[in-house]
Design a protein around this ligand. Structure first.
Ligand code: DAH
Length: 345
């Protein structure tokens, strides 16, 4: 008789361990059945009187362990059911919810400046020409008066193509000046925006890729005064009408005479600051009168035509204009950075 009762309790224990109710309702049924106020275990307590005295303790322990097993199982089932309903909720779609606004992109600050430069020059009759980034030695160096053994080649650390020392990533967009002069008869009045590459250690102030805008004006009787006027017009348009320019004698193999272009520091207005390093002048590019040999190299008669050329770095101008102190930011493309410039002009 007593063994019967033990068997019944053991059967209930097996049922509990094997139970697999699904969903909240079935789990609740499980709770009522094994843990509710009228649970299936209760009547068994009454049967204890039928158990021999020496096995009463054993029976009590067994009933208790069944109760504990039911509690443990219930906790597990409850947690699983909650998790399942949460993930079902996450997957469900509220079709009536208002849509999330689409994020619109913003123009890259380098594009903003580049477009502004193009617009400024197009107002005084300059057209835009673009060309390849992988250049040959002739267009990047030799035609620009920079033969193989010329020390000026060291000024620009060049990336050559593997297994092809004739071809390289252009180090400046002066190569497009050459291509334009080869293909077009003067008068020529054009600017050349584009990406250029130099084998430089990347730092806050230098990068191995950057953008330039170069310009070229070839016609009869073009003089250094025309160059100066053009540069001054440009500087005032970009940096403000109080801006002054200074042309500082320099050297480039493709221009003679050559000059660096400085603008008066528009940040401190002449008081001295850390942008102009307390000199009140900031360098923005180079320029000069096109060397007669360069004209000859492109089939233009230097006795008939003269011209000027200039070149400047777009990142440099953007850094000055927007007070950005690390050139790498322009290439990392963090939208939190990029978003700040779209309407900045
Ligand atoms: N190509 C020069 C550079 O990348 C910049 C430059 C200087 C361009 C003088 C010119 C120029 O056209 O006349 O450093």
């Amino acid at each position: 008789m007593a063994q019967d009762i033990f068997d019944k309790v053991n059967a209930i224990l097996a049922d509990i361990n094997g139970a697999n109710p699904q969903g909240k309702d079935e789990v609740e049924q499980f709770r009522i059945q094994y843990l509710g106020s009228k649970n299936i275990l209760k009547p068994l307590f009454g049967e204890i009187r039928n158990v021999e005295n020496e096995r009463k303790r054993e029976f009590g322990q067994l009933v208790n362990s069944v109760k504990q097993a039911a509690e443990k199982k219930f906790e597990e089932l409850k947690a699983a059911a909650e998790e399942a309903s949460e993930s079902a909720e996450a997957g469900s779609f509220d079709l009536t919810a208002p849509g999330e606004p689409l994020e619109t992109g913003s123009r890259h600050p380098i594009s903003v400046i580049r477009n502004r430069i193009i617009e400024t020059f197009s107002r005084i009759g300059f057209t835009v020409a673009e060309d390849r980034e992988i250049e040959d030695d002739w267009h990047n160096f030799s035609a620009l008066n920079t033969p193989e053994d010329h020390p000026a080649r060291d000024m620009q650390d060049t990336y050559y193509l593997l297994h092809d020392t004739e071809r390289l990533l252009r180090t400046h967009t002066s190569s497009v000046q050459i291509r334009t002069m080869e293909n077009q008869k003067p008068p020529i009045r054009a600017i050349f925006p584009g990406r250029v590459y130099r084998n430089e250690t990347i730092s806050a102030r230098a990068h191995c890729q950057f953008h330039q805008v170069e310009g070229l004006y070839i016609d009869k009787d073009v003089s250094f005064a025309d160059l100066k006027q053009t540069v001054e017009y440009f500087a005032k348009e970009i940096f403000g009408h109080n801006t002054k320019i200074r042309l500082r004698p320099s050297f480039f193999p493709f221009t003679e005479p050559s000059a660096e272009i400085d603008i008066s520091c528009f940040i401190c207005g002449g008081d001295g600051c850390n942008v102009c390093k307390y000199t009140t002048w900031v360098e923005i590019g180079g320029c000069g009168m096109v060397d007669p040999q360069v004209l000859k190299n492109c089939g233009i008669d230097p006795d008939e035509y003269t011209g000027f050329a200039f070149g400047m770095g777009v990142e440099r101008i953007a850094m000055l204009k927007y007070r950005v102190n690390d050139i790498r930011l322009f290439f990392e493309n963090d939208v939190r950075f990029l978003k700040q410039f779209d309407s900045a002009w």
